[in-house]
Write a protein that binds this ligand. Structure first.
Ligand code: UDP
Ligand code: MG
Length: 310
């Protein structure tokens, strides 16, 4: 069994693969530790698969390649890599060289200190002010709604322990965000700063749509607060409408009949709207439970058991 598995999803990365191989292998050889590299070709339409096959023939001792028949997305590709990985410690890396492979050594050094999850923060991130503001707002919302604490959720250069990978492999998630899922199984996480570069060749598959999807996955995957929100709104509206009706009754006595009872109608309508929203929220509670059940995530991860064995 190798010490380190490096999992790399590849989708239409033909122009950059050559320089990735040229930098990745020397960086890993320099670690002086046994390793394996797992490439997952996520249904690329260019020559990526052929290049991976060539690289496999060059270094069959440390290279493994998984070929998907179609495009299932970055996170599914990484999941496939996790399932086949054998390393004591598993590192994920993007194929586009935005995170330098030389940084893997620093992640491994942190793992050796006893951490089981090493996250990463992009140093001097090259993005527009608007993008940075949007990230900050999303980050804030995620911290409020879920228990996941991550300074920089967008960076995939991360290291995980074998226990975390096993827990992820047991989960039957369909859409998920791997760094967050891994975080929820970690008991001793840490973060380090890593270099981050512009994409040199090829194009980013990142779109606004993907960004929005990702944040939906993050919030719905790790919290049922959005479902409960409706219950809260419903109860609030019902309570306010009761106060409104009392106010109207008092006015009816003090001032006499007004606007032919129109406001009373409003009072009743608001009350009914409140009840409806509460009902939706209640449904949400049940759906939330069904959702948590069908994901079949391991309910807990045992770190160690102290007991006498015969
Ligand atoms: N990727 C993938 N399947 C996809 C999209 C992307 O395997 O459908 C891989 C891609 O080859 C790269 C990594 O995921 O190694 C990150 O993709 P990209 O650089 O486009 O995303 P960004 O860095 O812009 O978020
Ligand atoms: Mg990228």
């Amino acid at each position: 069994m190798p010490n380190i598995s490096v999992v790399i999803p590849v989708y239409n990365e033909e122009p950059g693969l050559g320089s990735l191989f040229a930098r990745l292998y020397p960086a890993l050889d320099a670690l002086g530790s046994s390793y394996e590299v797992l490439f997952i070709n996520d249904g690329s339409q260019d020559k990526s698969a052929a290049l991976l096959r060539e690289q496999f023939q060059k270094r069959p001792d440390v290279t493994r390649v998984i070929l998907f028949n179609g495009n299932y997305g970055q996170h599914m590709a990484i999941m496939a890599g996790f399932e086949r990985s054998r390393g004591v410690c598993v590192v994920t890396l993007d194929a586009d060289l935005q995170n330098p492979p030389e940084e893997i050594a620093r992640l491994i050094a942190e793992m050796d200190k006893g951490f089981d999850y090493v996250g990463s923060i992009r140093r001097k991130r090259q993005d527009s002010a608007w993008r940075r503001w949007a990230s900050k707002a999303m980050n804030h919302m995620r911290e409020r709604l879920t228990h996941i604490r991550m300074t920089d959720q967008g960076c995939m250069l991360r290291a995980y322990s074998r226990e975390i990978i096993d827990a992820i492999n047991q989960s039957k998630e369909v859409s998920t965000y791997i760094p967050a899922l891994a975080y929820s199984f970690a008991h001793n996480p840490t973060e380090i700063e890593v270099e981050h570069e512009e994409r040199a060749v090829g194009e980013s598959k990142d779109s606004l749509y993907k960004l929005i999807r990702l944040n939906f996955d993050l919030v719905t995957g790790f919290s049922v607060v959005p479902l409960q929100l409706f219950s809260f709104i419903g109860i609030t509206i019902s309570l306010l409408s009761i106060i409104f009706v009392i106010f109207l009754a008092v006015r009816r006595v003090l001032v006499g009949p007004e606007a032919e009872g129109l406001f009373t109608l409003f009072g009743i309508a608001f009350f009914l709207i409140g009840i409806t929203l509460f009902g939706i929220g209640l449904l949400g509670e049940y759906i939330g439970r069904i959702y948590q059940q069908v994901r079949e995530r391991p309910r807990f991860v045992i770190q160690a058991i102290l007991e006498k064995t015969e």
